[in-house]
Design a protein around this ligand. Structure first.
Ligand SMILES: [Zn+2]
Length: 338
């Protein structure tokens, strides 16, 4: 065999290896293959793990992986917080749990019933022994399709996701309701680890709740803290004043959590910084719209005159900012009539 043949086969190998490595990343699940990297992170010095979704609106490119989720391993079982936005992603999370421990999933706590956090519950129900799902009682309105849940009506949203996230969300996808609900909060212990749940809604959604893993100083904040994108305020269910109170509650948590895992965006070790991103945005929009309402400036004019440069490069700015500003403008107008 001459050298050139060897060279050719080496070249072929060099081309093939990266391609096959890329293909190997597509991991099959019973609900469709997940090809995005699905990296598991660990909180330093604690058996607490999490995955971080991509910024933006759920679509075929991000495969619906836009939210965060995590889990805590104890001697008696695993406590999961949130379940991601498709059954396939829920199954990937379960696979990651199985890489760390063979302990059963003891329960799943859900921060709020919105599609990007709950469709993965189906995978746990069908492949992890249907562990009980815990959520705040106002999340039940989501499933009832009541007037109060029009901002994120369960059936309408499922129909939309069957289009936007096919094949990961299809006609076999269904919503798993909570098995246990709480009102203001709940505390529980699993394998000697102490957990505290607290309702901070209505904020971004009626049921918004957080979970503190007390023994490790870890806060799972759900969507009360939004990072890495413009928060979504433009829903009839969003209660902006109460959301700000929830952020104050987090700022004053004692002892301050040493590690914060938000519902969207990267984890943080600074509570004040984590809260500030969401709070500063809300307060900036409120101040601009309050001034406009006081001076009887029409919305379109006020919006055009506002300096949005500090937010315009954030993901979801184009999708959310104008609607957010308009909702706040209407709120300020209603307040000025009181
Ligand atoms: Zn979310």
């Amino acid at each position: 065999m001459c050298m050139c043949n060897k060279l050719v086969s080496l070249l072929v190998l060099a081309v093939l290896v990266p391609a096959s490595a890329a293909a190997a990343k597509a991991v099959p699940t019973p609900y469709g293959a997940v090809s995005l990297p699905f990296e598991l992170h660990q909180v330093p010095d604690a058996p607490v793990y999490y995955v971080i979704g991509r910024s933006g609106v759920p679509d075929a490119v991000n495969e619906g992986h836009t939210s965060n989720a995590g889990f805590v391993v104890t001697d008696a079982g695993v406590v999961v917080f949130d379940a991601l936005g498709t059954p396939a992603l829920g199954y990937r999370l379960l696979q990651r749990i199985r890489e760390v421990t063979d302990k059963p999933v003891e329960r799943i706590v859900v921060s709020h019933y919105h599609a990007d956090h709950i469709y993965g519950l189906q995978a746990f129900k069908e492949h992890a022994g249907a562990p009980p799902v815990w959520a705040q009682q106002q999340t039940l309105g989501y499933l009832g399709g009541s007037a109060a849940s029009q901002g994120e009506d369960a059936e309408r949203r499922l129909a939309q996701r069957r289009e936007a996230l096919f094949p990961w969300v299809d006609e076999k996808t269904y919503i798993v309701p909570p098995d246990h609900t709480f009102a203001d909060g709940a505390t529980f212990e699993v394998g000697g680890v102490h957990f505290e749940l607290k309702h901070l809604g209505p904020a971004h959604a009626p049921g918004d709740s957080i979970m503190v893993v007390k023994d490790y100083g870890v806060l799972f904040s759900g969507d009360v803290i939004y990072k890495g994108r413009v928060p979504f305020l433009d829903s009839p269910q969003t209660d902006i004043a109460h959301w700000l109170e929830g952020l104050d509650y987090l700022s004053n948590l004692q002892p301050p959590p040493r590690y914060i895992i938000p519902g969207h965006g990267t984890a943080s070790e600074d509570m004040h910084k984590a809260v500030a991103v969401t709070r500063d945005y809300i307060e900036y929009v409120r101040a601009a719209m309050r001034k406009a309402v006081r001076n009887f400036v029409p919305f379109d004019e006020a919006y055009a005159a506002t300096d949005w440069s500090r937010y315009k490069d954030l993901p979801a700015f184009d999708a959310s900012n104008r609607g957010n500003a308009y909702r706040i403008y209407l709120e300020m107008e209603a307040e000025s009539f009181d």
